[in-house]
Design a protein around this ligand. Structure first.
Ligand SMILES: [Mn+2]
Length: 278
């Protein structure tokens, strides 16, 4: 999970089946596809790697979800042949869908989990009627890692996880820490509480240094940064943008592309992170 320092990293937040936007954003970063949708390594991108920050499935329509899984699957094996160019971070959606489709005994079947499966995890029914896609998803799931760490020097580092979490869990390997790096307290189950109240550690632990924590998971209208905490989930599937953080030596840059309306956008009420009065 330690990232080599000789590469630049394009870290892309919650794709949720926004395959068209993913290809557009990758092309802006010099990753072009051939006619078979395989990304070509060339002199402009040979020192760059792509990191998908979790939640590449669910919420989108089925044909876009299928396209997304096949694109990531084909390119995972294509891009990583000689040198690693594509990394996958585990999101709560990959984790839950995997538990549903493998009948994980720890996932109790209750009216709520049956309802949630329809409401939040629509990739499950797609995979259950497409066994070859299911096999591809399972292989990708097993390639996902909970965190990655880019430790440039004593003054600059970046930890990548899907969800924000307490610092004590960062880069740990115990079961509780892993689950905290994948998912934080549910916003949908606490709609009356602002995000800054729901997960106050995110700003209370923030520091004015360059040891960054970049995460997604909490869809926002814009990239949200407070000190060394950065959220790059900019609501692509809700009609917003798909964004990336670019880690280049000891700098972080950002880029975004808008939703392309090639599928129906989802609906969600905003709750801004880092919206407190300073
Ligand atoms: Mn998530």
């Amino acid at each position: 999970m330690i990232l080599p320092l000789n590469m630049e990293y394009i870290v892309i937040g919650d794709v949720h089946g926004c395959i068209d936007e993913l290809k557009t954003l990758l092309a802006k970063q010099k990753f072009y596809c051939n006619k078979n949708n395989l990304i070509q390594i060339n002199q402009h991108n040979k020192n760059k790697s792509i990191i998908l920050l979790g939640d590449f499935i669910d919420k989108a329509n089925e044909s876009k979800l299928k396209e997304t899984i096949e694109f990531i699957y084909n390119n995972y094996y294509h891009l990583n042949q000689q040198q690693k160019h594509l990394y996958l971070v585990l999101g709560n959606h990959e984790d839950m869908v995997y538990r549903y489709i493998t009948n994980d005994p720890s996932l109790e079947i209750t009216p709520k989990t049956i309802r949630d499966r329809e409401k939040y995890y629509n990739t499950v029914s797609l995979l259950e009627k497409d066994s070859s896609l299911k096999e591809k998803f399972i292989k990708l799931y097993k390639k996902c890692r909970v965190w990655f760490y880019y430790n440039y020097n004593k003054d600059f580092s970046v930890t990548l996880t899907h969800a924000p979490c307490l610092e004590k869990h960062l880069r740990e390997v115990d079961k509780e820490s892993k689950s905290k790096m994948i998912k934080c307290t549910s916003r949908s189950e606490n709609p009356q509480i602002s995000l800054d109240e729901l997960i106050p550690f995110t700003h209370l632990e923030a520091k004015d240094n360059q040891h960054y924590h970049i995460f997604g998971h909490l869809s926002q209208t814009t990239i949200r940064q407070y000190k060394n905490k950065i959220c790059i989930d900019t609501s692509a599937i809700y009609g917003g943008m798909l964004s990336c953080a670019i880690i280049r030596k000891d700098k972080i840059l950002f880029d975004s592309v808008p939703f392309e309306h090639k599928q129906q956008a989802g609906k969600q009420h905003d709750s801004k992170l880092f919206d407190f009065k300073r």
